[in-house]
Design a protein around this ligand. Structure first.
Ligand SMILES: *Cc1c(COP(=O)(O)O)cnc(C)c1O
Length: 544
């Protein structure tokens, strides 16, 4: 299987090159040359598979065996999911007769990003070890320096994915004193020698700027082989398709007796920021996993919900010009705060979804563009799709908005519906689910999805079952959860929510490097001091 860029200019790559490259040099995102179908008898052949076995089966549809053999893949997968606390890895929990929560937070940092990042870390290490094993003696070893910036909620998943990995150093920048104590402790108590937390005296915005400056410095970038592990990385999307298929089998075993899975319609409801998690569901659907629709659940940063209402894809809602509320630039948004209209990100109670534009949406748009072309010649269709998409993306870049053709919106509505959920509804929904008979404590991100599920359920057929993706453990967002439940009798944070792993976390040994000013030169000096003399200088054309 080869991968090509949505913008159609960069050449095609192997899986290994795709994973190590991340963003294509033409600015696009890599997608597979075709979407494979689930094998004919998957429903029976795979029904007794564990999560790991299912991962191997699905991943090998996208990775040529001459790149990673079945046995190597099995080992990588086993290693990646041995860090999860639940035997099912991503268990499905019944909330009521019609609603299930697919819990994705049983990994090391209690959030769904672990599912993908545990695998990504092992893939990186596997590729580097293999490259180095093939080197002549005396030749410099290849090393990788992963750098990232976090406002708190996602840095730890990257750190846990890459801790203790051979040939890889990871530097995560966070604004000093501006992340919650638990989030700070989750990152800085990882004391493996290859993990470096950098606390920058400044804002998250400053950290993002430093990151951009590091990547823009070609010489520094090449010397240290900088890499990112953000959600546009193809391996992250791929890893996430597995739990959709896994949930199908779990649902099958939890249906009331007498009800067959073929008689129900499954609707997945996904709390969405950068569109990575739900895009994995789209791939699963295209591969042949039976489902009715995917529900895009956004918070007040609702660019996607607005698109599905109007067909307009625009950073700022042009119908209201609503710029009220506190704003902050945000992790993962593909073009951060360049330009004038882009500082409109709202701070919400579900911060991991606070993005202005959803970077992975570009991948869906490519498929919709492909469908809309009229020629029947495959290669020509691909080319036309990339040209259409490039036009839209450049419109987005220069104007912060683009109006997509009606046919595109129509096609998008066939597979998806979207809802926007306010902070107030988020809090109310946490409360509602807590006081139910089947009491469930949702984190604010999951709550956004639960609220959206309720809104769309009104139009569902009686045979529809909703699977709501539960993306974080409630203890990870304790402030919002406590705020929602503080008035409730019977609620006790320590007893009801706090996992053992979080107890005593604040008192543990920490390792952090302080940077006194938000100055890229100071951060460069830190990286240089730590990895400077280890890393090989490589030609600019290197694919890492
Ligand atoms: C990252 C994240 C999301 C959003 O996922 P995307 O793939 O960016 O759409 C939702 N919930 C939590 C807890 C997250 O960390």
């Amino acid at each position: 299987m080869k991968y090509f860029s949505t913008r159609g200019v960069a050449g095609s790559l192997s899986f290994e090159e795709t994973v190590l490259t991340g963003l294509a040099p033409d600015g696009g995102l890599y997608i597979p040359e075709h979407i494979p179908s689930l094998p004919e008898n998957w429903q029976s052949d795979w029904s007794s598979y564990s999560f790991g076995e299912l991962s191997v089966a699905i991943l090998s549809l996208y990775i040529s065996p001459n790149e990673i053999s079945q046995e190597e893949l099995r080992q990588l997968v086993e290693k990646s999911y041995s860090t999860f606390r639940h035997p099912d890895v991503t268990p499905l929990k019944k909330l009521d007769e019609r609603t299930f929560a697919l819990e994705l937070f049983h990994g090391p940092t209690f959030a769904f990003k672990d599912v993908a990042l545990q695998l990504v870390g092992n893939l990186f290490e596997f590729f580097l070890l293999r490259r180095n094993a093939n080197k002549a003696s005396g030749e410099q070893e290849e090393k990788l320096t992963v750098v990232g910036a976090t406002s708190g909620d996602t840095g730890s998943a990257a750190i846990y994915g890459l801790r203790n990995k051979a040939n890889i150093s990871i530097f995560i920048l966070h604004p000093k004193g501006r992340v919650s104590p638990i989030q700070e402790a989750q990152m800085t108590t990882v004391t493996d020698p290859n993990v470096h937390n950098v606390a920058v005296k400044g804002t998250f915005d400053d950290c993002q700027d430093i990151l951009k400056a590091l990547f823009a410095d070609r010489e520094f970038n090449n010397t240290h082989r900088l890499a990112v592990v953000n959600s546009i990385n193809w391996a992250r999307i791929l890893a996430q398709t597995v739990y959709y298929v896994h949930s199908y089998f779990q649902l099958q075993s939890q249906l009331p007796s007498g009800v067959k899975i073929s008689e129900v319609e499954v609707q997945y409801v996904v709390p969405t920021g950068n569109f990575g998690d739900i895009l994995a569901g789209y791939y699963a659907k295209r591969m042949g996993l039976p489902m009715s629709k995917l529900v895009v659940a956004t918070n007040e940063n609702d660019i996607l919900a607005r698109f599905w209402k109007s067909g307009k894809y625009e950073k700022i809602d042009s119908t209201t010009h609503d710029l009220s509320g506190p704003t902050a630039p945000v992790e993962g948004s593909s073009d951060g705060k360049q330009g004038t209209v882009s500082s409109g990100v709202k701070e919400t109670l579900s911060p991991a979804m606070d993005v202005l534009v959803s970077s992975n949406f570009e991948r869906l748009l490519w498929y919709l563009a492909f469908e809309s072309t009229t020629t029947s010649i495959h290669d020509k269709k691909k080319l036309e799709a990339s040209q259409l998409l490039s036009g839209w993306m450049s419109g987005m870049k220069s104007n912060g908005r683009v109006e997509l053709p009606g046919t595109i919106l129509e096609a998008a509505r066939r597979d998806f519906v979207a809802e926007r959920i306010s902070d107030q509804e988020t809090l109310k929904t946490i409360q509602e689910h807590f006081i139910r008979k089947e009491s469930y404590i949702a984190d604010p991100h999951t709550s956004v999805a639960l609220a959206a599920a309720k809104m769309v359920a009104i139009q569902n057929t009686p045979s529809t079952i909703q699977i709501v993706l539960s993306t974080a453990h409630p203890a990870k967002f304790s402030e919002a959860v406590s705020r929602a439940l503080e008035g409730s009798p019977h609620f006790d944070f320590d007893r009801d929510i706090l996992p053992n792993e979080f107890r005593g976390l604040l008192e543990k040994e920490k390792r952090v490097i302080d940077v006194e000013r938000p100055d890229v030169e100071l951060v460069k000096a830190v990286i240089e001091r730590i990895v400077g003399h280890q890393n090989a200088k490589v030609p600019e054309s290197g694919s890492v």
